[in-house]
Ligand binder design. Structure first.
Ligand code: DX5
Ligand code: ZN
Length: 225
């Protein structure tokens, strides 16, 4: 069953503990933690000290999405602060394989992220070593943007590439996902579905999460689309 992962980017940071408690009580097993540096993306978000505080109040898996230049400089610091998974942008490093190894050596699961304008086939060489591939379905940097429709084709292509390679990597999608399209991304092969504004932007985040999770799991993943 596909897993819905709340993105803390859309939470109220003054009441972050309460926001986390609400979605975790509603069944969230993983939290998505967006790190932006104002260089790789045109926005600045949260980083290591906030992650450390979040780690202290929850045992759930923390999925750190680095939208930063020179991600190799910060891997160990993020793992030390509590990251379980670390994903970096393919576009942000010349050394995809080396960085995957570095993340694994630091003790975390490693993911590679591709921007909307980057072909998903760039991950083909590393499919046997990477734990997850994140297909961005908005241009990274902001919550609340519209879903880019051609991301579905990329999910499908990723599913085919993984099948050919015998890869066990999970397919993650991030951006513009809500009740109107969550079933669609599952149908096209998403295993992990990140959702920010459609959970924390709602009156009742716990209910919004549960509804999305039900929709994501209500139909079996179709093999042929
Ligand atoms: C965007 C971030 C996303 C963001 C998604 O750059 O990577 O994780 O929180 O927000 P929504 O779900 O509102 O599009
Ligand atoms: Zn993200």
């Amino acid at each position: 069953m596909a897993e819905v992962i709340p993105s803390l980017l859309s939470a109220d940071f003054a009441n972050l503990g309460s926001g986390i408690e609400q979605v975790v009580s509603a069944g969230a097993r993983t939290l998505h933690f967006d790190v932006m540096d104002g260089r790789f993306v045109p926005n600045i978000s949260i980083g290591i000290p906030v992650l450390r505080s979040v780690r202290k109040i929850t045992q759930v898996t923390i999925d750190v999405h680095l939208m930063i230049v020179e991600p190799e400089k910060y891997v160990e610091a993020f793992v030390e602060a509590g990251a379980d998974w670390i994903s970096f942008h393919y576009e942000a490093t010349a050394h995809t394989d080396r960085l995957i190894q570095q993340i694994h050596n630091a003790g975390a699961k490693a993911g590679v992220v591709v921007n909307p304008g980057t072909p998903v086939s760039v991950v083909k060489p590393v499919l046997s070593v990477v734990d997850h591939v994140l297909v961005m379905s908005v241009n990274p940097g902001f919550g609340g943007q519209s879903f880019i429709r051609y991301s579905l084709d990329k999910l499908l292509e990723l599913k085919e590439l993984k099948a050919k390679a015998g890869s066990g990597a999970l397919s993650e999608i991030d951006g513009g996902i809500g009740p109107e399209n969550v079933e669609l991304v599952v149908k096209y092969g998403a295993d992990l579905i990140v959702a920010g504004s459609s959970i924390f932007g709602q009156q009742e985040p716990a209910r919004a999460f549960q509804r999305l999770q039900e929709l994501a799991g209500s139909k079996p993943i179709m093999e042929d689309v």
